[in-house]
Design a protein around this ligand. Structure first.
Ligand SMILES: [Zn+2]
Length: 375
């Protein structure tokens, strides 16, 4: 079948959790041409497939099936239709019509094949030659985003699931016109945020008790996740990917929306003034995210830039300081990136010199005339 629909524009916010993606997501979603759907990769695992298919999913990866509108996301499992979120009910109906109900049962397994971190080697291999499984994943993913576009009537869909692997997989899906914003928050702010412990609160989207992450662990995670995202963005190139510091976004949302608008080819500055003035913005039908998102409204407070004012500051452990630095700037990634690029540059230079000397030696060889054969 020849597809006549234009590619779906998907804007993906990537980076590490607790970097302000919820706020960016909702601010962008308040534009009339943008549908912000949150961490939509979790939706299928939230109950869009049969109980039998769900049993195969790691229990730790299951999410609370509540939309930011307050209705349920596990639309096939509700007792009365008005319990279900109307937006996601319509998207699921559309997806089933495009992909068929039996095919979508396989989607959680396909996601597990191509989206987790450990699947990098397989993704790189699929880039060379796509398997039947990847083609199936690509077809279902495209149909899913086409369904969101059809139901919302919006040109751009914002997905704030932050995994760089998922962004890379999306880049390989024909029919998705992917743009990526790499959102980086000051490492000290992320460490402070991830040190907090939370009690289980299903209504607020917290599935189990969280002990809080030690600073050294967050530092390593910050470095690893941001480096992986940098690599994906480098692969996509500057026309498809950009880096945004969370602190810059909070200080000047208008400028940040202007930059993101250039990336997606849309004037996003409409409404930026409202965001900058601290007016509350509504989250529509958003999946996943933190307690702020679950409250349904969010307001931007420039004075409360994380890692600066408005944040509970605790002294960093000595080990974390080695990674992060007393000034809150992550030195480890800068250092690691510097070392990596130096190794790469010197390797490339030595390879170039080797090829040069090899071609010089080859051109210096005397030309030998082919012997003439006669019978
Ligand atoms: Zn909803």
């Amino acid at each position: 079948m020849v597809r006549t629909e234009p590619p779906v524009k998907v804007l993906k916010i990537t980076g590490l959790g607790r970097s302000g993606s919820t706020i960016l997501d909702i601010v962008l979603g308040n534009h009339p041409c943008v549908e912000s759907v949150g961490e939509v990769g979790n939706l299928i695992r939230t109950g869009w497939v049969s109980q039998e298919s769900l049993r195969a999913v790691d229990q730790k990866r299951l999410r609370v099936p509540i939309c930011t509108c307050g209705k349920r996301l596990d639309v096939p499992h509700v007792e009365t239709p008005d319990e279900a979120c109307p937006f996601w009910s319509a998207v699921r109906r559309e997806w089933v019509a495009r992909a068929d109900a039996e095919a979508i049962e396989s989607y959680p397994n396909l996601q597990n094949d191509f989206e987790p971190k450990r699947r990098w080697p397989r993704l790189l291999y699929e880039r060379r030659k796509a398997s039947a499984a990847f083609r199936s994943y690509a077809g279902l993913t495209r149909a899913f985003f086409e369904s969101i576009r059809a139901v919302s009537g919006k040109d751009i869909i914002v997905d704030s699931g932050k995994s760089p692997e998922r962004a890379f997989a999306f880049w390989m899906v024909p029919g998705l016109d992917l743009r990526v914003v790499h959102l980086v928050r000051d490492a000290k702010g992320v460490i402070t945020s991830r040190r907090k412990a939370f009690k289980k609160d299903l209504q607020a989207g917290i599935m189990w008790d969280h002990k809080g992450h030690p600073p050294w662990k967050t530092s390593v995670r910050w470095t690893e996740r941001n480096l992986a995202t940098e690599l994906v963005c480098a692969r996509l190139g500057p026309k498809r990917a950009m880096r945004l510091r969370y602190e810059d976004f909070v200080a000047d949302p208008e400028a940040a929306r202007g930059r993101i608008g250039s990336l997606v080819g849309l004037d996003l500055t409409d409404g930026a003034k409202a965001a900058a003035s601290g007016q509350p913005m509504r989250a529509r039908h958003n999946v996943g995210g933190n307690r702020t998102k679950k409250s349904g409204y969010i307001a931007l407070r420039p004075s409360a830039a994380p890692g600066r004012a408005g944040m509970e500051e605790r002294p960093l452990a000595r080990g974390a300081a080695a990674f992060v630095g007393a000034d809150g700037v992550a030195h480890a990634p800068v250092w690691l990136w510097g070392v990596t690029s130096r190794i790469w540059t010197s390797y490339a230079a030595s390879e170039a010199a080797r090829i040069d000397s090899w071609s010089a030696a080859r051109s210096a060889l005397p030309t030998v005339a082919a012997p003439a054969f006669s019978d």
